[in-house]
Design a protein around this ligand. Structure first.
Ligand code: TXA
Ligand code: MG
Length: 317
């Protein structure tokens, strides 16, 4: 049986004894295990059906604790940590010997993040270890932004889901590291490129790759069960529309679409609102046999719109 509640004491005792607990963060729910316990970490891969070459992010509640465990933020990334932690930013830093190769898939760097969720920050403060946590979805499927999304796939398979309500950012963290002296973004996410560049100046963006070593960015990922079609204009939208279509729109008009087949990502052209609603919308028609395809409007390609478009592209490949 999988417990679902918001009791951080139970969550920390399960984690301490090597069991899996799904944790809420501001981005998406994570599938958590004690990062110092290689066997516990292996069970994350097993339950998600995740290949061992795809490394995990470790979570803790402060930079100070990372330092106690022998992990240091390089100077070029310090300002980002100061500006955005706790928050939807993941930094790739040199790994310490305390972190097993299972976590990093044998890579020289480890991905670290201080998430901004009140319950999870308390939980992390309680734990004598960092918590390794990839998104709590079966590998390749859409990430979960609510406790019930996690329950749908993992009920009975993990010890507990810590219920922290719906995720407020709704899209995964932005992954940043340093490569050949340059601050490099490996995955678009909850902190926009514009916000990062406002802190550290121009960055390299290296997000598009089918190479498994390329952080976080397998081409096919984030896919719902139904066929997904992306459209840019009113004309293109209307040309694809049929009675078996569900629609996820930002600001296009939805003439003739029944209410039950339409989700609006934002009522006010707001990219943050759109990101928050996006994954939940992609999952919405999974069990609806009357829907054969989901037509999704591409976002204006800036701010969080760019990260949403990135996920949309990978949902279609
Ligand atoms: O917002 C998030 O980042 C969520 C929440 C739970 O924190 N986590 C998340 O984890 O999205 P996941 O595993 O779904 O995506 C993490 C990505 C991986 O696909 C991996 O390729 C990249 O981060 N990554 C992790 N460790 C790495 C490393 N040592 N070197 C390069 N890339 C790494
Ligand atoms: Mg994931």
């Amino acid at each position: 049986m999988t417990l679902i509640n918001s009791d951080i004491k139970s969550a920390s005792s399960f984690l301490t004894s090597g069991e899996l607990v799904a944790i809420p963060t501001e981005t998406v729910y994570g599938m958590g295990a004690n990062a110092f316990d290689a066997e516990a970490v292996k069970s994350i891969f097993a339950v998600k059906n995740r290949p061992f070459y795809d490394p995990l992010i470790i979570h803790t509640n402060s930079v100070k604790r990372l330092e106690e465990w022998g992990m240091h933020i390089p100077e070029q990334l310090e300002k980002l940590a100061q500006a955005f932690w706790p928050g939807p930013l993941t930094l790739l830093i040199e790994k310490s010997a305390m972190i097993s190769d299972v976590v990093t898939a044998g890579l020289p760097r480890v991905a670290v993040r201080v998430p901004n969720h009140p319950l999870t920050l308390q939980l992390l403060a309680h734990c004598a270890f960092p918590v390794a946590a990839p998104s709590a979805n079966p590998f390749g499927y859409v990430s979960p932004t609510r406790a019930e999304h996690v329950k749908k796939h993992f009920d009975g398979k993990i010890s507990m889901i810590l219920d922290g309500g719906p995720c407020v950012v709704g899209i995964e963290s932005t992954i940043v590291g340093v490569e050949q002296g340059k601050v490099t973004v490996y995955r678009l996410g909850g902190i926009s490129i514009e916000a990062i560049e406002a802190v550290v100046g121009e960055v390299l963006v290296r997000t598009s790759s089918s190479k498994p070593d390329a952080p976080g960015m397998l081409l096919k990922h984030y896919s719902p069960a139904k066929r997904v079609i992306a459209v840019d204009s009113q004309g293109e939208f209307e040309a694809k529309l049929n009675t078996q279509s569900a629609c996820i729109l930002f600001n296009l008009e939805a003439k003739g679409v029944p209410e039950k087949n339409l989700i609006r990502l934002s009522q006010s052209d707001n990219h943050s609102e759109a990101a928050q609603a996006f994954y939940s919308a992609l999952r919405h028609w999974d069990d609806d046999a009357s829907i054969h395809q989901i037509i999704v409007q591409r976002m204006p390609d800036f701010g969080l719109g760019r990260a949403i478009n990135d996920r949309l592209k990978r949902a279609i490949v």
